[in-house]
Write a protein that binds this ligand. Structure first.
Ligand SMILES: *Cc1c(COP(=O)(O)O)cnc(C)c1O
Length: 372
């Protein structure tokens, strides 16, 4: 059976974990944590990088940093993972869901401004499949209305928008190292702070509301409880695993992109003869090989393709169920129809994508698909 995802190990993960254990300091903010955070700040130019236990956690920190209060409004695409909305909902926010674009599942930048009210605190954008949202339009709208932009860059490592790394454009950004992403640590995440206003407070929220980080830098001689927060920082064991991945980031990215282009090149006939639309070729700088998807012509056709692949020993999956029609949020949604989100919910299909994949196996199976 060819799985949908298989976590790739570079081979050094366990030896770095062993090293972290031998160093004798395995709680958070240790040797490997700092190594990883420095790597992110140096390679991508993030102003401040803090490892978290998940991307969800990093988004929760964002909700706290922008002081979301009961009744505040946050603008979020509907076609995304729950965390993009949940992190703000648990802080009391009302979510105004936005439809996806016609041509990509990303937020439609032209449908944002009409939703902004005096209660709007933040816009969350999701770079679906690692492909950049239109950050130019989005930042212009946000700055005009004095609203914070948070990039949910969970899928977007090593991807750019007009020469700028994703994660550096919004005021705050969040990445994921969940085992289904390009760079992994089992569970894991990263908060990026690009706006100076949030840096000191982010460190405090990260360390259970204490000014411990500042204490360890020697700036104060006693640390204590100064704010809200939680235990958002991962053990250094997790960071040691992540370091092994970061050392190989170029190799991992190269391999995933090879697979992406193999699919793109060899599925054109399949797409044409079945009325299926392939994921568009993004501008080169904004393709990180995170995902390859098809847009089927109907939900029925998608089921047939999944069935056909399964018969050929291949697991393909779909997601998301648009959040505005989720069990949790449907009766809280304001009732607007989001037709593109619904179309992606019904028709988008993800093909297997992982380092050790042989994409030709999937291509061959798809080429024998015959709808009847
Ligand atoms: C994976 C993902 C998340 C959640 O990441 P975790 O690290 O599992 O919390 C959030 N948003 C998007 C868009 C994702 O793809």
């Amino acid at each position: 059976m060819i799985p949908f995802n298989k976590p790739y190990l570079t081979g050094r993960e366990t030896s770095y974990i062993e090293d972290a254990v031998n160093l004798g300091k395995i709680s958070g903010n240790g040797y490997y944590t700092k190594k990883c955070q420095n790597f992110f700040e140096d390679k991508f130019g993030f102003k401040k990088a803090l490892l978290t236990t998940s991307c969800t956690d990093a988004l929760e920190m964002c909700a706290m940093l922008v002081n979301i209060e009961q009744g505040d409004e946050v603008i979020v695409p509907s076609f995304t993972f729950v965390s993009s909305a949940l992190a703000f909902v648990r802080q009391g926010a009302v979510i105004r869901f936005v439809d996806s674009s016609n041509d990509t599942p990303n937020i439609d930048p032209n449908k944002i401004e009409e939703l902004i009210t005096h209660k709007t605190k933040a816009i969350v954008v999701v770079h679906y499949a690692g492909v950049a949202c239109d950050m130019e339009t989005i930042m212009t709208i946000a700055n005009k209305h004095n609203v914070v932009v948070i990039e949910d860059a969970a899928q977007a490592i090593c991807s750019k928008f007009k020469g700028k790394w994703l994660g550096t454009i919004g005021h705050l950004s969040a990445f994921s190292f969940h085992e289904t992403k390009n760079i992994i640590s089992g569970e894991g995440g990263l908060l990026v702070i690009n706006d100076d206003r949030y840096i000191d407070r982010a460190e405090i929220l990260w360390e259970k509301g204490t000014n411990r980080a500042e204490f360890f830098r020697g700036n104060i001689n006693k640390y204590g409880w100064v704010d809200t927060g939680s235990s958002f920082l991962p053990s250094d064991i997790i960071a040691a695993f992540l370091w092994a991945q970061l050392e190989n980031i170029d190799d991992i990215q190269k391999k995933r992109l090879e697979h992406w282009f193999f699919y793109f090149k060899h599925l054109q006939d399949f797409a044409l003869s079945n009325d299926v639309v392939l994921m568009q070729e993004p501008h080169e700088e904004t393709n990180n090989g995170h995902m390859f998807y098809l847009i089927c012509k109907s939900q029925g056709q998608r089921s047939s393709i999944i069935q056909h692949l399964k018969q050929n020993g291949i697991l393909a999956v779909f997601h998301y169920i648009s959040l505005h029609s989720s069990k949790f949020y449907t009766d809280k949604h304001d009732g607007r129809e989001l037709t593109n989100s619904d179309r992606y919910t019904d028709c988008l299909l993800r093909l297997p994508m992982f380092y050790e994949l042989n994409p030709n196996d999937v291509v061959q199976a798809l080429n024998t698909f015959n709808e009847n």
